[in-house]
Design a protein around this ligand. Sequence first.
Ligand SMILES: Cc1ncc(COP(=O)(O)O)c(C=O)c1O
Length: 353
Amino acid sequence: MSTFRIREPFADAVESAVLPRLIRLSGGLYAAAFQLMKLLPAQFVLRRAMEQGLLTERTTVIETTSGTYGLGLAMVCRRLGLPLILVGDPAIESPLRRRLEDLGARVSIVSGQAVRTGGIQQARLDRVERIRQRHPDSFIPGQYDNPMHINAYGRVAELITESFPRLDALVCPVGSGSSSTGIAGFLRMVWPELILIGVDTTGSVLFGAPNGRRRLRGLGNGLLPQVLDHSLFDEVHWIPAKDAFATTRRLHTDHTLFMGPTSGASYHVARWWAERNPGATVLAVMPDEGHRYQRTVYHDAWLGREGFAGDEVAKEPLDIAHPGELGQVWSRYPWGRRTRAQVVEERATLDAR
Ligand SMILES: Cc1ncc(COP(=O)(O)O)c(C=O)c1O
């Protein structure tokens, strides 16, 4: 009788989900679809910090996030047995908060008052600092500043180079910038000609556009993160929330891929690029699944109430001469690997006018 033997070690739930599935959508258009992309940097940064002796089982991990990075950290800290405190703002969704707390994270919400006086980002950073003073043995991963978050994506680049003989373009939604900077940075070592296309949204300052209200969350930023390397990008697109939501639904109906709205934004740009470049291979990064958005992006009544009803979207981007003149429609700018210093300088010039 043959004996069936289980091969050990099996990957745990975190390890089994850190890498994306590579999916062919149509022609030369592919998706790198993550269950939860932020699991990868959360796992990488905490493991490296442990190896380097920067944290032990008694160290409290503290981070400011109300989004998917918090969930990634909560899952990894649960597995590693590390105490975790997350500082969020009052807008945190209650199902996410329950999930974080189920995983053992303490969720500290900055008050509406703090938000009114100093701005949300500053209120959160102040709270992190106060918590850190009460926990002398603590570790702050720092998703916006710590370059380890970029290095985490070496594994994704490896998977891509093993799977594609060649890639012409990579489309990435940009929030902190660590995934786009990490994946493209490593890929350029193999394919220096690779075109990197960043996907941002109206109201985000990442690529020099004016600050404003952002309805599409998960990508875009009100600050310029240290981990974002602007000089890797060839082209930048700004996708309004309505277009992102409609194309997220379309990704589901066209390809049965059930993803979040930043994936929809990525799909929108990659599809347009693929149509304009027949024969080329383009890969769209898709950071999370659709479950969290069942009551919003996947809910017609919510879309109607919020002014996002209808599935008609712009077929072409508007080419703009400068990010400073960005309006409310899908727009495109030939970034041309400009540097962060150029972004800061031009912003200062515009603000001085
Ligand atoms: C759903 C989602 N999409 C896109 C991004 C952008 O990724 P990055 O922060 O690596 O730029 C994030 C970042 O948190 C995210 O949560």
